[in-house]
Structure formats: structure tokens, C-alpha cells
Design a protein around this ligand. Structure first.
Ligand code: GLN
Length: 506
């Protein structure tokens, strides 16, 4: 049964339908795999053995009664620890939430449960989703399954590493500036940031409300489409949720996999290639574009001149929103409460100060300070206000580019996975990792990362990014699935077949 863990979610759904396996068996083999390898990978912060097996048994009972809840009913999943889970710890990778058990489910989690996907556990992440390496987790880093000395990307490194090391066939991530797509790129997995407003943010602990979006982390493009259809769609509990049906995502993925891209106009974003991109990354990207041309697509070069300011605008807007969001961790409402030493009858403010000092890590404090500064009176217009104007210009760049192209493409990240510790003392070098992913968050458009191969110089995975206009997420799946099918034909199978097997002793 060892090979059950290597199969795609779509395959597992077929195996369940054919009676070859049960949800309880699928859940067990993944829990066994977690026990076997997660000591080395550290993708999970909490594992819910009992809950997952109970949900799996309920799925098997539904199947026996002929009442399936969704096409993925019975296929287990892992969830990033930034989404509230009723009765299961939710820490956001922070000490300040240690021990907090939410009394409700995030809408995404509620939809997973309603669709019958057993939840294996919660995955590791940079504290409050701030980072590109998962090294800012207060619970220790996650390791990249391709090379355990390297980072799995971030902030959702736990979800990507869980899927890449076959501990879960599916996972949920969240993407504020790239945290689904960049971990996907550096672990050889598929990650999708849906259109802003396409997936409910209810119960997603906010880092930056106007940028955050939950989405699929999988091993195939079709699996992402299947999962996206489960979690997506309007939710009245989220005021930014779009009240419009999702496009047909699974159909688009299937159509794409058939390999015909005739009439599709692919725009290569001039500002997101070339200088600053590792040569092996650029090489795999260029080859992938040629493959798409071979499938009938036409390629145009597009220029988005304001993208060069995206990182600067993001690192004003995101900390501004985060500094205001994180004010709610005041030692009174959730998790940790630290009584200051040496003060006999501490005031609420004393307790707050001591708790926030102990509970937040350095990166979180850095961003709270940045954001508070950018929002302070006298500086608001110069920083936050200015960044919002740049944001509008970036959206206009997208609008213009989508006149001449149906999708835009670029490498997902400028480099392959770097070594753990390499960029920890250099926040700006860390921030630069998101140079290609951030524009989509600022404009609210959807993006997907699909494996493009291994870089020659280090043998590590490279990601190919596809971007589409808002609510045209189906285009991501069509182009992504086409590229995946063409590349897998060249490789003779999935890229992850070439990853180390990680047969780690218990
Ligand atoms: N790496 C980016 C940051 O640190 C994006 C994080 C994210 O998407 N959650 O803000």
C-alpha cells in the first residue's frame, strides 16, 4: 500500500470509487507516513489522528450509503495553521497563540469538512505568515524534502513540504505576497492563489486583509482545480467575497491536459525575467515558454513598468495592515498572557507589553514597527497613501497587459531553495524572493505555480508562474495543466519522482 501515498488526489478519488481502498485506509497510510518522516521534515505543528480517522470513517459510511459529499470525499488533507479549526490548536506559528483552541471553523475548513475531506493536521508556517522560508516559525523551521538543509519556501512551507514528501495528497495554504506559489516553486509542487475574493477569508487569521487569500497546494494541476472548486465561491460571512459563480476550473484543467493551446496568447512579463533571476531558473522558464508555443500558444512580450515598485509598495501596505490586525493580541482575548516581573500590581498595559514582547518574534515586531510608522499621522500620506497610489498603477499595468495577452507568465521565484540560515539575518534579501509573486496580490488577480523542472546548477525545483485576470482562474488551470502534461511527457513522469524518497527511520 506504500504507493497509495504517491498517487494524486484525483487518482485516490478514483481508487475510492472503484472500491480499491477506503478513506480510513488512505488516512492511516498518510498518518503512518507522517510518523515516519515528519521528524525530519517538520511540516506539521499538530496532528489530529483521532479526528482524521473519525472523519474518514464517516466518509466510508457515506460512500456505503451512496451519498457522496463531493468528488474529493474521503481524500485526506493538511491545513495551514493560520486557519481556525474548531477544537484543534491554531497557532499561526506564533507563541502568542500557543494553546489557543478556536471555537469555530474557518469557512474554508467548514467547506473541506462538508465535502468530506479528513483533516490530518495543521501545517507549519512563518509566524503570522510573515516570511519566505518558514524559518520565522516560533516552533522551528520546516525542511525542504529535496534537501533537508534547505528551506521549503514560506510562509506556507509546511503545507508545501507535507505534499512534496507525500505526507498529504492535498493541503491548504494562504498567499499574501506569494506564500502558496513560492513554496510550490521551491518544493516542486503546484500552488494556486485564487482571485482575491474568490475564496472566503472568514476564519483566516488576517495578516493583511486586502492581500490574503487561501488556496490549494497539491502535486498536480487537476488536483488544485478539484480542491479550488471545493473551497471557492461566495460566502456572505466575508464582506470581500465575490458574489459570482466560479468559472469551470476542473473542466479547464482537463481541457489543458489534452495539450491544445491554439489561440491562447501568453504574455511574458519583461520586468519579471532576466537580471536577478538564477540562470537555471531562467533556462527552465524559457524552455517552458517554447513548449507552450509548440502547443499552439502565441507569445508576446508585455511590459508592466510599475512592477519594479511592487515590493516597496507591498512592504508598506502589508505591515500597515498587519500592525493594525495584530493589535488584537492584547493578552486579554487569546492565547498567551505574561505577567511582567517586578511589578506588584501590573496595569493592563504592563501585561500587554510583557505578553507582546514574549509572544511575538523578531520579524513580527519589525513589521508592526514599520506599519505603525507608515500609518502615523504626518507620515501617512508620504508612505501608506503613496503606496496605495502605486498599487493602483500596478493594477493598471495588469489591465493593459491583459489587452494583449490572455495570461501572463514568469518564473515564480528568482532562485531555487536557499540554505536554512542563509538569508535569516538579511530581511531585504528574504523579501526579494517575492518579487515575481507580489504584483498579483496587490492587484487581486489569480496566480498559479507549476513545476518547470530542475535547475542545472543545483538540481533543485523551479516554478513557472501563470497569472490571469480576476475571476478568470480557469485560464490558470488550462495553461498550467497543458505545461504539466508536456513536461511530464519529457520527464517520463512527475517531477517529484526524482525527489529523495526520505525513508527515514521512526
Ligand atoms: N513572503 C511574503 C512576506 O513575508 C509573503 C508572505 C505571504 O504570502 N504570507 O510577507
Amino acid at each position: 500500500m506504500g504507493d497509495l501515498i504517491r498517487r494524486s488526489a484525483a487518482d485516490l478519488a478514483d481508487a475510492l470509487a472503484a472500491g480499491e481502498t477506503t478513506s480510513v485506509e488512505l488516512t492511516r497510510v498518510h498518518l503512518d507516513r507522517i510518523a515516519e518522516v515528519d521528524g525530519a521534515v517538520h511540516a506539521f505543528l499538530h496532528i489530529d489522528t483521532e479526528g482524521a480517522l473519525a472523519q474518514a470513517a464517516a466518509s466510508d459510511a457515506r460512500r456505503a450509503a451512496g451519498q457522496l459529499a463531493s468528488p474529493l470525499d474521503g481524500v485526506p488533507i493538511a491545513v495551514k495553521d493560520v486557519l481556525a479549526t474548531d477544537g484543534l490548536p491554531t497557532t499561526c506559528g506564533s507563541k502568542i497563540l500557543e494553546g489557543w483552541i478556536p471555537p469555530y471553523d474557518a469557512e474554508v475548513v467548514a467547506r473541506l469538512k462538508a465535502a468530506g475531506l479528513p483533516i490530518l493536521g495543521k501545517t507549519n508556517m512563518d509566524e503570522f505568515a510573515m516570511g519566505s522560508s518558514t524559518e520565522h516559525s516560533a516552533y522551528g523551521p520546516t525542511h525542504n524534502p529535496w534537501d533537508l538543509d534547505r528551506i521549503p519556501g514560506g510562509s506556507g512551507g509546511g503545507s508545501a513540504a507535507a505534499v512534496a514528501s507525500f505526507q498529504a495528497p492535498l493541503a491548504i495554504g494562504t498567499d499574501t505576497g506569494g506564500s502558496i506559489r513560492q513554496p510550490g516553486a521551491v518544493t516542486g509542487t503546484v500552488g494556486v492563489k485564487p482571485t482575491y475574493g474568490g475564496v472566503s477569508r472568514y476564519g483566516l487569521v488576517a495578516m493583511a486583509n486586502s492581500l490574503d487569500q487561501a488556496g490549494p497546494v497539491t502535486r498536480t494541476v487537476l488536483d488544485s482545480a478539484l480542491l479550488h472548486e471545493v473551497i471557492g465561491g461566495h460566502d456572505a460571512k466575508d464582506s470581500t467575497s465575490i458574489d459570482q459563480p466560479l468559472p469551470a476550473l476542473v473542466d479547464a484543467a482537463r481541457r489543458g491536459a489534452a495539450g491544445d493551446l491554439t489561440g491562447v496568447r501568453i504574455g511574458v512579463v519583461k520586468e519579471l525575467t532576466g537580471e536577478g533571476y538564477q540562470s537555471g531558473v531562467q533556462q527552465r522558464f524559457d524552455e517552458a515558454v517554447q513548449l507552450l508555443v509548440g502547443a499552439g500558444a502565441t507569445v508576446v512580450e508585455v511590459s508592466c513598468p510599475n512592477f519594479v515598485h511592487a515590493l516597496a509598495a507591498y512592504y508598506l501596505i502589508m505591515p500597515s495592515e498587519a500592525s493594525s490586525n495584530l493589535a488584537r493580541f492584547d493578552a486579554m482575548r487569546y492565547g498567551l498572557r505574561v505577567l511582567p516581573e517586578g511589578i506588584e500590581s501590573p496595569s493592563a498595559e504592563d501585561v500587554m507589553r510583557a505578553t507582546r514582547d514574549r509572544g511575538f518574534g523578531d520579524e513580527v515586531k519589525r513589521r508592526i514597527i514599520l506599519g505603525t510608522y507608515a500609518l502615523s499621522s504626518g507620515y501617512y500620506d508620504a508612505y501608506y497613501g503613496q503606496a496605495q497610489k502605486v498599487r493602483t498603477l500596478i493594477s493598471r499595468d495588469f489591465d493593459t497587459a491583459f489587452y494583449s495577452a490572455d495570461v501572463l507568465v514568469s518564473p515564480t521565484a528568482p532562485t531555487t531553495a536557499f540554505r536554512i540560515g542563509e538569508k535569516l539575518d538579511d530581511p531585504v534579501a528574504m523579501y526579494l524572493n517575492d518579487i515575481a509573486t507580489i504584483p498579483a496580490n496587490l492587484a487581486g488577480v489569480p496566480g498559479l505555480s507549476v513545476p518547470a523542472g530542475l535547475a542545472d546548477e543545483d538540481g533543485l525545483p523551479v516554478g513557472f508562474q501563470v497569472l490571469a485576470p480576476a475571476m478568470a482562474d480557469d485560464r490558470l488551470y488550462r495553461v498550467g495543466a497543458a505545461l504539466e502534461a508536456l513536461l511530464e511527457k519529457q520527464w517520463g513522469g512527475p517531477l517529484l519522482d526524482r525527489a529523495p524518497t526520505l525513508e527515514v527511520a521512526r
